[in-house]
Design a protein. Structure first.
Length: 275
């Protein structure tokens, strides 16, 4: 991987992690176009994913700090969930949303990796599925709830677990699912971006363990320090911009435009894969 390829793939990751068009699908497409093997892409993928986590912390750092401080308050009177304040309930919902992706990561990691290596056809079909889900969420008009319930957090977590498939957008799937369930637009973008932080860091840790077992000389094969640095910076800067932009897009209800994009790219990908 040369520096130009690292720049392009880093920009793709940073932008598409937050925009509802599938970062994994675009990284797969970009790697295929550049002729980069999965093994060569492993440590680069870890690097750019960590960069997007840092971009989330930069954009939503104030809100994260507020939630953290609020979650440290003593429990209130009563019993069960009624004792939790708003911030404690928010943290609980984040933890609940992590359960499905945690199950997938622990028990089905090899299956997911096999799907990633099964060709561009899967990416194309999943991009079409993303387009359909975004379109449905745009035209569905449920009553908007002020707060995300714990049950809804779990369902949104299931959507995130399904979005491990390349081409099925994580942000698009989770935000669209939350909107279809009737959750407020201004709440869903933030919740979607915060709920992904632990899974991304967990995936990065698992990949590092895998690299250690295989040997870091193998994991870093074809990667120069400059390529990693360029990819990291490109992903971080574009991630900051995309995160801010996406929050505004969700609040304005403009997800249908990304549905059109996913439809076009999905059809082009299928044509490229099969014809």
């Amino acid at each position: 991987m040369d520096n130009l390829q690292a720049l392009i793939l880093g920009l793709l990751q940073g932008l598409t992690e937050y925009l509802p068009v599938s970062s994994s699908g675009h990284l797969t497409l970009g790697s295929a176009l550049f002729g980069i093997e999965a093994e060569e892409n492993l440590m680069f993928t870890v690097t750019v994913h960590v960069a997007t986590v840092l971009s989330t912390l930069v954009v939503l750092g104030g809100e994260i700090l507020k939630i953290f401080k609020g979650s440290l308050h003593p429990l209130g009177p009563g019993s069960g969930l009624a004792r939790l304040n708003e911030d404690q309930r928010y943290v609980l919902n984040i933890l609940v949303s992590m359960i499905p992706i945690g199950i997938v990561g622990v028990f089905f990691k090899d299956t997911v990796e096999a799907i990633f290596g099964s060709g561009l056809g899967v990416v194309g079909f999943c991009l079409l599925a993303t387009a359909a889900l975004l379109t449905f969420s745009y035209y569905a008009k449920p009553r908007q709830r002020e707060h995300i319930s714990t049950g809804h957090a779990f369902i949104i977590g299931v959507a995130q677990a399904l979005a491990v498939l390349p081409g099925l957008s994580r942000s698009g799937t989770t935000i669209a699912t939350g909107l279809i369930l009737g959750n407020k637009k201004s709440r869903m973008a933030q919740f979607s971006f915060l709920m992904v932080i632990p899974p991304i860091l967990g995936e990065a840790l698992l990949d590092l363990v895998k690299a250690a077992k295989e040997g870091f000389d193998v994991a870093f094969a074809g990667l120069s320090p400059s390529a990693l640095l360029i990819g990291f910076l490109a992903s971080f800067v574009s991630g900051v911009l995309a995160c801010k932009w996406m929050i505004g897009i969700v609040q304005k209800g403009k997800l249908v435009y990304f549905a059109i994009y996913c439809l076009v790219v999905g059809l082009v990908t299928l044509c490229y894969a099969f014809f």
